[in-house]
Design a protein around this ligand. Structure first.
Ligand SMILES: Cc1ncc(COP(=O)(O)O)c(C=O)c1O
Length: 394
């Protein structure tokens, strides 16, 4: 008997399971998994407590609490000038993760193709596979003599569009490279979507974590894209509450109905008190968002400096909270071996990024390691101490 369904039989255990356990075993400073080791704003925690005490404790409206849908619409107008109807163009989900699943199950028929940039957030391809779709890959390539930033080959992207393409999945700012797609790149992607009549799913969970001069541009605001884009975000990264799992999808009523039809039978609704608190978070003043990005910039600089000092070759990101470092010159067989060594012998955990590439493209990630800097300064400084003491001496 084969108890496990074919559609998930080959899924690996996520890389985070192995490396979190290894980090714990060796009491390593964990710069692996991307969650902050600090709390979000006190007043937002208080708002959640108030909602619990105030009796917001039964099933929420399936598509989302009105107060949160209105806050999502106001936020879209304030930051991007994007007009969103809270009643018909927002669906609240259990984190961006559920929105990504819902939109994929809601749009992809067996045999449909979905274009994803590699490296990718690991749930993307799993979702496409569960929906019976076929992922088509486009490589993001590290900076080189001709490119100052991570880049893709426009011809390679164009070649992935076929008559079976359902949507392109874009993540900007991008995990794990930190690439922030600029307006020209987004216009290129938009022109292809329009020419081939293809939808776009834009995962923008790091929308508020960018480092000047890079600026986040919302794909849905590029001319011609509002009607064919589902924008996904969540409160996890912008407010440092990854454990609350409050996310949302924004799109036309027709696209939202594809998300809602899945959502109603997957989780039905999202925790009410957390929705009320995230609604307040989305209404925080501009100063909050400016300070968030400035504080992450300092953390990025600290991590880049320490990796550089010990001879790893960090590629400074323009957004999100990860640094990819080149490790190919250190003589390890691959990124897994390097990250195991780093966690076990040096006491600092990082993630091997080949986990974010298709099997046949792993070679493109095996000379890299991903470090997260969404950590308290003490945590980063303790990683620095270990790296300086043990790695530079190697
Ligand atoms: C690119 C990307 N998308 C989605 C998510 C998941 O977001 P959430 O915690 O809101 O489900 C993450 C979390 O790490 C991410 O990095």
């Amino acid at each position: 008997m084969k108890p496990i369904a074919a559609r998930i039989r080959d899924f690996p255990t996520t890389v985070f399971t192995e490396f979190s356990a290894l980090a714990q075993k060796h009491q390593a400073v964990n710069l692996g998994q991307g969650f902050p080791d600090f709390d979000g704003p006190e007043e937002i925690r208080e708002a959640a407590v108030r909602a619990v005490r105030g009796g917001v404790n039964q099933y929420a409206v399936s598509s989302g609490a009105v107060v949160l849908k209105e806050a999502v619409a106001e936020h879209a107008l304030r930051f991007y000038g994007q007009k969103v109807d809270p009643g018909s163009e927002v669906i609240v989900t259990n984190g961006a993760t559920e929105a990504l699943f819902d939109v994929t199950l809601g749009l992809v028929d067996p045999g449909d193709e979905v274009i994803v940039f590699e490296p990718y957030y690991d749930s993307y391809v799993a979702n496409v596979t569960m929906a019976g779709g076929v992922p088509r890959y486009v490589l993001l390539r590290p900076p080189d003599a001709d490119h100052a930033r991570w880049w893709y080959d426009p011809a390679e992207l164009e070649a992935q569009f076929t008559s079976k393409t359902k949507f392109i999945l874009l993540n900007t700012p991008h995990n794990p490279t930190g690439k922030v797609f600029d307006r020209a790149e987004l216009e290129h992607i938009a022109s292809l979507c329009i020419r081939h009549d293809v939808l776009a799913v834009a995962d923008e969970v790091y929308e508020h974590i960018t480092f000047e001069p890079a600026r986040h541009v919302r794909l849905a605001t590029i001319p011609g894209m509002a009607e064919r884009t589902i924008t996904i975000s969540s409160g996890g990264k912008s407010f440092s509450f990854t454990g609350w799992k409050v996310g949302w999808a924004i799109g036309t009523p027709a696209l939202c109905s594809a998300v809602q039809k899945t959502h109603q039978f997957v989780t039905f609704a999202v925790a009410g008190p957390m929705q009320h608190a995230i609604a307040e978070a989305l209404r925080l003043p501009d100063a909050y968002f400016i300070e968030l990005a400035q504080s992450y910039r300092k953390k990025r600089d600290l991590l880049v400096e320490m990796l550089d000092t010990v001879g790893l070759r960090p590629i400074a990101p323009d957004g999100a909270y990860f640094v990819m470092a080149q490790i190919g010159h250190l003589g390890f067989p691959d990124d897994f071996e390097f990250c195991r060594y780093l966690t076990r012998d040096i006491g600092v955990a990082a993630i091997p990024p080949t986990a974010f590439y298709a099997e046949h493209h792993r070679v493109h990630g095996s000379h890299l390691a991903r470090f997260a800097f969404c950590k308290r300064d003490e945590t980063l400084l303790s990683a620095r101490e270990k790296l300086l003491a043990r790695l530079s001496a190697k």
